[in-house]
Design a protein around this ligand. Structure first.
Ligand code: BG6
Length: 280
């Protein structure tokens, strides 16, 4: 499969045309920020496991058609490179494009234009722009489904979601409220945090760093770890890999789906970076 391998003075990264999928981001002198499964498939029609899948235009299963691909069509499509530019500081921005029109999938009978900006500097800056090229309003869900690499998911904590409401996908979408304390992962976790706009900070003491996901144009944050049984059931995921990853996803979904009028556009953005823990 065709990929761009980018090296800048600040970092290196890899981006596949398949799904416009960022599979690697590593600031110079540091460990990779993104988790990639050693069991990932790289095949037409299959999503890549790890990195940053683009979820669009529906999140999870499509309610009206359970046979439709999970998480939409964008991560399965072949995108094209529109431009590659280098800024004065040496950072590189790739822009990838995809047009969807009537016939892309029965679950998405709308014409729209997707543009994805991937900025590779000391941070990874990603932005998905959706333009409605059809004659009527469209409603969609989307996610920059970021798999973060962690030393041991049982040791990390996540700040930034205290006091918010979430849908618990491991418990029939029941609505719950997050407590005041940082989130710890102690079992299968699959939560859709609603009306959440703030930066999330994943603290990884054994990794000696914090990973920060700062976002704009996004009202939902999904926290996902499959834990043991689900990891075993996934054909493209190693049995023990659940301990090495945590998904912190920048989304618009469920109550916070996006409606766009004809001719209008919407952008969802995330900046992902690492910083050393103080004193380390
Ligand atoms: C998360 C969902 O975003 O993605 C989970 O909330 C899902 O329910 C996970 O299991 C992985 O999905 P997939 O299709 O990449 O296996």
């Amino acid at each position: 499969m065709t990929r761009a391998m980018v090296t800048t003075p600040q970092a290196e990264a890899q981006v596949y045309l398949h799904g416009a999928h960022v599979t690697h981001f590593q600031p110079r002198g540091e460990q990779p920020v993104l988790f990639m499964s050693a069991r990932s498939r790289f095949e037409p029609g299959k999503p890549i496991r790890g990195g940053i899948p683009i979820v669009f235009p529906w999140f999870g299963k499509l309610a009206s058609d359970p046979a439709a691909p999970m998480h939409g069509v964008a991560r399965l499509a072949e995108w094209r490179i529109q431009s590659a530019t280098q800024a004065g500081d040496g950072s590189v921005t790739l822009v990838l494009g995809l047009d969807t029109d009537k016939g892309t999938h029965p679950g998405w009978p709308h014409a729209c234009e997707l543009r994805y900006h991937v900025g590779i500097g000391s941070a990874l800056d990603i932005a998905l722009e959706v333009r409605n090229c059809s004659q009527q309003a469209i409603t969609f869900e989307e996610a920059l489904h970021t798999y973060l690499a962690v030393s041991d998911v049982r040791q990390v904590s996540i700040a930034g979601l205290a006091g918010t409401e979430y849908l618990d996908k491991t418990d029939s979408m029941s609505r719950r409220t997050q407590g005041a304390e940082s989130i710890r992962i102690t079992g299968e976790t699959d939560r859709v945090y609603l009306d959440t706009k703030t930066t999330c900070v994943l603290d990884d003491p054994s990794g000696g760093r914090r990973l920060l996901v700062d976002k704009r144009g996004s009202n939902v944050t999904v926290v996902w770890n499959p834990w043991i049984a689900k990891a075993h059931a996934m054909p493209d995921f190693g049995d023990d890999e659940w301990a090495q990853m945590l998904c912190l996803e920048t989304c618009n979904a469920a109550d916070n789906a996006v409606t766009l009028q004809p001719g209008h556009h919407h952008e969802i953005q995330a900046t992902i970076r690492s910083e050393p823990r103080s004193g380390e």
